[in-house]
Design a protein around this ligand. Structure first.
Ligand code: CA
Length: 232
């Protein structure tokens, strides 16, 4: 049974990459729309409400980080996968901090990119056993609005931050292995590395923990994974 056709927005200025992605997406049954400039991409995201965005870091008018932040502000729930030509870990972390949900380093395999996008879309459609609002220490997490509030400071949560937190909340007090996190959230086919999980844990700790280097809520279970502790 075919579901509604899902549309992917490609923001990239290199025509051969756009063409390759468009062909592959359409072959897989997705609709594809594209913009060669950051500003046009943002306008298209607002006008067309795509199901996900593939965003290049290097664009002629704006850098991808700025485009990502702008998309995050205007479309907080929109999954964003960033394409980066850089392999340095800091660039990836910066992309994730700007609100990207995942990244793929150029040159990338189109199949891997589509596998990651499917994982994102599958997770976005999954019903959850986690309650809508959860207090973790001083932080109040809202799973429907993808936000985390500490006092008067509100942080937007990206797609994977929400999903990771949701899994930990569903299993509060129990250790959850890295392998399980990778399998349930990223999907086996997407084959990300264990570092991916650790990077998201670092981001969540910065938002939730008073002292991110001495966490009391998102605990490391050495050689295994992570555990969420919410003391009474
Ligand atoms: Ca480019």
């Amino acid at each position: 049974m075919a579901g509604p056709r899902r549309t992917i927005l490609i923001i990239e200025d290199e025509p051969h990459i756009v063409m390759g992605l468009r062909d592959a997406l359409e072959f897989e049954g997705f609709g594809a729309i594209s913009a060669g400039k950051g500003k046009d991409g943002i306008a298209l995201a607002r006008a067309e409400s795509p199901n996900a965005v593939i965003l290049d870091l290097m664009l002629p008018d704006m850098n991808g980080y700025a485009v990502c932040e702008e998309l995050r502000r205007s479309c907080p729930l929109l999954p964003i996968i960033m394409l980066t030509a850089r392999s340095q870990e800091t660039d990836k972390i910066r992309g994730l901090d700007a609100g990207a949900d995942d990244y793929v380093t150029k040159p990338f395999s189109v199949n891997e990119l589509i596998a990651r996008m499917r994982a994102i879309l599958r997770r976005a459609a999954r019903p959850s056993a986690a309650p809508e609002l959860v207090d973790i220490g001083d932080a109040r997490v809202s799973f429907s609005s993808h936000t985390l509030k500490v006092g008067t400071t509100e942080h937007a949560l990206s797609f994977y931050e929400v999903e990771l937190l949701r899994l930990l909340v569903e299993r509060v007090g129990q250790p959850v292995s890295r392998e399980e996190i990778l399998q349930k959230i990223w999907g086996l086919e997407a084959a990300p590395t264990n570092r991916t999980v650790d990077n998201f844990i670092v981001k969540l700790r910065k938002k939730i923990e008073k002292h991110p280097d001495k966490p009391v809520h998102i605990l490391t279970v050495y050689g295994f994974g992570y555990k969420l502790a919410i003391p009474e």
